[in-house]
Design a protein around this ligand. Sequence first.
Ligand code: PLP
Length: 442
Amino acid sequence: MSDTTTTADGAAPRTDSIEDLAGFSRRSGELFCEEISARELARRFQTPLYAYSRQALEHNIADWRAGVAGTPHRVFYAMKANGSLALLELFARAGLGFDIVSRGELARALAVGAKGCDIVYSGVGKSLEDMRAALAADVLCFNVESLPELERLNAAALEMGTTARVSLRVNPDVDARTHPYISTGLKNNKFGIAFDSALEGYRRAARLPGLKISGIDCHIGSQITELEPFVHAAHKVLDLVEEISGAGIALEHIDFGGGLGVRYGAENPPAARELVSALSQCVRERGFGDLPLFFEPGRSLVAQTGLLLTTVEYVKPTAARNFCIVDAAMTDMIRPTLYQAEMAMVNCSEHADAAPAVYDVVGPVCESGDFLAKNRLLDVREGDVLAMTGAGAYGMSMASNYNARGRAAEVLVDKDSAWLIRRRETIEDQMALESRLPLEVL
Ligand SMILES: *Cc1c(COP(=O)(O)O)cnc(C)c1O
């Protein structure tokens, strides 16, 4: 077994606890999601399992809705972070709208009772079919990301005898100081319309009869843990708002996108209400305080509401590293592999005879990139149930079937009830879409 207290590169290993998480607690060594122990959830529903806390969701919704007196703001949940219908239903009931990026997401929003006026449509590659579906639903606003998209949307609206409300998503060229894969507001990103072309875009949109200019939009990246990049981007957007108004084009809202970060480890991001308050203040200072503000949070609404529960299959000490092989994999949670994300990992049941060592927690998939956590000081034994916290965002929504693994089940915990909101995917489910070749060609 390798050294039990330091990591291979000599750095201090990480240990996590679950204090300060609404909806979760540790009681006599057992991790609880509301009133049910994580171990009990794993026993009842098997693992890998996503478990969400309703209390945590309501805590986050309240934070985003708090807002600022005198500045109207609307929250559109970016459902790509977690598109579970049960969660969407809770958001819809709480009065949130939805930010969508495909007609599949549109169908999900409509399925939980959202109306067109509750939906904004983002994304760089909207197809004609996407546009037609969204126009038929009469969505509140298309966030348009290029000049060719403006032309296509105009044609689609005219063909359907309607008008499309539009915002241009402008790229303010601001460094969100986050991981390059989730930074979207720099001029070398594929997203948005270059700052210098935005006014021309608005002039063009104003001349297109199938379009009605509604607002302006930006989204500079994700997992942003400071106010400063948001405020910087806001001022650049407000410079444009001045120019656009100066050109005689009226705007009806400003959309500041999503991107607020969460605490996965040592980060200390501002609360949603602080972000809303800071941006409302910018807008008031610049004399646009009467324009409603839109926000499109994804991660900050759901990340800390979910656990990924996984069972230890094997403890495998080697000369170089100790591996803790679990039944969840990159197919369930790809963030560590894709973004080098470091997410918290705890044992759901603490052992009385503690014997911690430094482990890499890895999955069964045939890829060296298949890991969930590295260099963690943990006390783990075969059969233990581990919990990755902060797993509610970009976990299940990015899950795949690689290695012919079925996707995990999901449960929503509400006090002492646990609702199965998505059953575990079966092997039959995985084969259901495929067709065999006719015998005569074999
Ligand atoms: C992804 C995305 C969001 C949500 O981002 P989070 O970081 O999850 O808050 C909002 N708006 C747009 C346009 C996006 O692409």
